[in-house]
Design a protein around this ligand. Structure first.
Ligand code: FAD
Length: 482
């Protein structure tokens, strides 16, 4: 659907009640204000909600959902809107519920290494809140200075350091969830998992099972020592071989990231870190742990890189240089504007030993569709992010981007991988779900969805193809408790 109002006009009496629940200052109804909420980072599809409501706390979320549920009104949760698969696109959904006012860190429990944070808390704020005490929150999406914990939970977000530390689901111990009918439930997992892992079910469910209002997250102790290396390669293929060589040597880096030549040029133009402009690819390899032994690990990584064709391996001299290196990497998406008016970030996974094959396939797809494709990769995880550059005013080019994206993701499947590593399905990849999963698995997912979201009012048209969403409710819905 193009930008514009949702298909069904929201009745006046519901608008009035929503204003009464959250306060007139916490609703957005004017067209100019709604414009901001037409899309997330996936800009190829847009739709305007009729109203955005911004509750201040769990009780307000609960009352809003109870009202919507009793009137059969669909809604979509939204965090910071940095998603890149259209997960919070208000497609034929009149009400958007934003968590941006729910930014309290409710408690920090250092002896038990956990914190309870509200859904709208920005990812980086969690680490900042415990930094002085020597702790941090490990999942670090490159968008971490903007994205919310609620969005991270919904997408099961990863980041450069997930190679060693895992993704969001590995760091969430409990969730406060408001079910689509307004009931508030607490899902606990604690450190020992018993029974069905409902926290795991909700994590990665892309806002289709209810609204997460708070999460209990794990806090990690900062490593004693960190070393960050930059290895320079002639091309992606040699860099990919080095990735396998490092892992084959038994080393698990904290991060193992790759940028290709196009990304390097854009990043250099934007930030001037000092990457060699003629490099075909670079690897950023971060090692952490006890100080003793770290130098030896660096030597082994350096040797693995050189044996696969690295022309240079250098180590960040100090914290300042390391910081700049990571800033350049994490802001690489922002630098893409220097290459083209628009870009589409793809997100697929292949077994890491097959990175050279997918890199070749991406190059071939780009050539055939006359597209420039830059490549960022969480290479250690086999998680690729081809960035398909285009001009959004060129309809033919937009169509070629969509076809090329599908072809790249189909190639990931053919190589034994998957159609998303961390960005989710949203609306973007709905068409690929039947390639990725069997009918039986899709049915099981639809059953699970209906247990939480039986009336399908919570973020419809996402994650599962539409014909899988309207199924009979076969079991009682989830009820409160631990
Ligand atoms: C520059 C850039 C870099 C990125 N880097 C990474 C990266 O390294 N790793 C990575 O994993 N992702 C990355 N992303 C994608 C994105 O930042 C993540 O998916 C992030 O978790 C989205 O959080 P958000 O608060 O912006 O969520 P939104 O975009 O607002 O929403 C995302 C989804 O979560 C749902 N949702 C949001 N809040 C809630 C809630 N409280 N309860 C239930 N559902 C909710 C929405 O309905 C939607 O389906 C990047 C994006 C950008 C733009």
């Amino acid at each position: 659907m193009d930008a514009g109002q949702a298909a069904v006009a929201l009745p006046h009496h519901i608008r009035k009640k929503l204003r009464a629940i959250v306060g007139a200052d916490a609703v957005i109804e004017e067209k100019s204000g709604l414009h901001v909420y037409e899309c997330d980072g996936y800009t190829l599809q847009k739709a305007s909600p009729e109203i955005v409501v911004l509750p201040a706390d769990t009780s307000e979320v609960s009352r809003v959902l109870a009202l919507l549920s009793s009137n059969g009104v669909p809604f979509v949760p939204r965090g910071a809107g940095t998603g890149v698969s259209g997960g919070c696109l208000p497609l034929e959904i009149p009400v958007m519920l934003g968590t941006s006012r729910m930014r309290r860190i409710r408690s920090i429990d250092l002896p038990n290494r956990r914190a309870v944070v509200e859904a709208g808390v920005v990812n980086l704020s969690v680490s900042r809140a415990v930094d002085d005490e020597g702790y941090y929150y490990a999942p670090d999406p490159s968008s971490q200075s903007a994205c919310s914990i609620g969005g991270n939970v919904a997408e099961n977000s990863g980041g450069p350091h997930t190679l060693k530390y895992g993704v969001t689901v590995n760091h969430v111990l409990g969730l406060e969830l408001v079910l689509p009918d307004g009931e508030v439930i607490n899902l606990e997992r604690g450190d020992q998992e018993t029974g069905y892992d409902l926290v795991g079910v909700v994590t990665g469910s892309e806002g289709t099972l209810g609204v997460v209002t708070a999460a209990t997250v794990r806090l990690n102790v900062k490593p004693q020592s960190i070393a960050t290396l930059l290895a320079v390669f002639p091309d992606i293929t040699t860099a990919s071989r080095a990735v396998s060589a490092i892992i084959a040597d038994g080393i698990v880096p904290a991060a193992l990231e790759m940028m290709d030549g196009l990304v390097i040029q854009a990043v250099e133009d934007a930030y001037g870190f000092g990457f060699p402009r003629d490099a075909g690819a670079v690897l950023i390899v971060e090692l952490d742990g006890l100080e003793a032994g770290l130098d030896a690990l660096c030597s082994r990584v350096s040797e693995a890189c050189r044996s696969k064709g690295a022309s240079e391996v250098r180590r960040a001299a100090d914290e300042k240089e390391r910081d700049l290196l990571w800033k350049s990497r994490k802001r690489a998406f922002g630098a893409m504007g220097r290459l083209a008016p628009a870009y589409c970030t793809q997100d697929g996974v292949v077994p890491r030993s097959r990175l050279p094959e997918i890199a070749e396939r991406i190059a071939e797809v780009g050539k055939r569709h006359r597209l420039r494709i830059a490549n960022l990769m969480h290479a250690g995880d086999g998680n690729i992010h081809p960035l398909l550059l285009y001009d959004d005013k060129d309809e033919d080019e937009v169509a070629r981007v969509l076809t090329a994206s599908d072809e790249i993701l189909e190639a990931c499947l053919a190589l034994g991988g998957s159609i998303t590593g961390e960005h989710g399905i949203g609306v973007e990849k709905l068409g690929l779900m039947s390639s990725a999963f069997t009918d039986e698995t899709l049915d099981a997912m639809a059953d699970l969805r209906s247990v939480f979201n039986g009336d399908n009012l919570c973020n419809p048209h996402k994650l599962l193809p539409s014909d899988r969403q309207c199924i009979e409710i076969r079991r009682p819905r989830v009820r409160g408790g631990g």
